[in-house]
Design a protein around this ligand. Structure first.
Ligand SMILES: [Zn+2]
Length: 269
């Protein structure tokens, strides 16, 4: 057990209907935001907290993750880290898989996780965060993994997405995961259809429903939680395979095939 007090706090800034813009703040009031789809809630957050925006991280090109960039950067000169390719206006630092950089006193490692889009990145923050002082890692994974679900395949192949999800699933189990949308309850509804015998899912549904009734976010989640309740990380499960096979009238010969038809089922759900 560590006695070190964490000096970082991560706050969800709600945007649109169900987006979260994540704000990572250090003890001196410097802050990095992830995927500011809208500038107004970020400016309101900065005004309310008195924090200073030092940098922006972008996971992928969709407008609900990038729409606030121009406005936020008009008011201040700050670096914007994101995918290479010049297709996202406002990125000043293109980063690739394996890159790392330091901002506001913490290191971030870059993971390329194609599938939802081809340019999709995630950022792994390598410092403990309050109130989880024993957790070393926090992952900002945009629309790749959601609590009990995963993003749609708009650009990448199923192989790409499944490989990306397995990379997330291989992180240390106490890694906190900060997804970009509050989809948890509807994802759990589908997950229970796909794995009706999974008791972890039943318990999770109750827990997450209580949070939503109190107006609280269900995030962050953890790798530990997702490995037990996220069907897209459980394509090896025999009972899940049987459910997918029966529902989609397909013989399934691999975990990847299970993923393909599970995703197709979810798209129709
Ligand atoms: Zn997206």
């Amino acid at each position: 057990m560590t006695t070190q007090q964490s000096t970082f706090v991560i706050t969800p800034v709600p945007a649109f209907k169900d987006n979260y813009i994540w704000a990572i703040a250090n003890s001196t009031g410097d802050v990095v935001v992830v995927d500011p789809g809208d500038a107004a809630p970020v400016e309101a957050y900065l005004a309310k907290t008195g924090q200073t925006l030092k940098a922006i991280l972008i996971t992928h090109h969709h407008a609900d993750h990038t729409g606030g960039l121009t406005q936020l950067c008009k008011a201040r000169e700050i670096p914007v880290y994101g995918p290479p390719g010049n297709h996202i206006k406002g990125i000043t630092q293109s980063v690739l898989d394996g890159d790392d950089f330091t901002l506001i006193g913490t290191q971030f490692k870059v993971l390329a996780l194609p599938g939802h889009t081809l340019d999709h990145l995630a950022f792994l923050m390598c410092m403990p965060v309050s109130p989880f002082p024993d957790n070393k890692f926090s992952l900002f994974c945009g629309d790749t993994l959601f609590a009990a679900g995963c993003g749609r395949l708009f650009e990448g192949s199923p192989e790409m997405m499944y490989t990306s999800l397995l990379r997330i699933g291989a992180l240390p189990e106490d890694t906190c995961i900060y997804c970009a949308h509050e989809y948890t309850l509807s994802n759990i509804g589908f997950a229970i259809e796909a794995e009706p015998d999974n008791l972890h899912l039943m318990r999770r549904q109750k827990r997450e429903s209580e949070k939503r009734h109190q107006g609280l976010p269900t995030l962050p989640t953890t790798i530990f939680e997702e490995l037990r309740t996220n069907p897209f990380l459980r394509c090896h499960s025999v009972s899940l395979k049987e459910q997918v096979s029966a529902r989609m009238a397909q013989e399934l010969h691999s975990d990847l095939e299970t993923f393909v038809y599970l995703r197709r089922w979810k798209d129709q759900f």
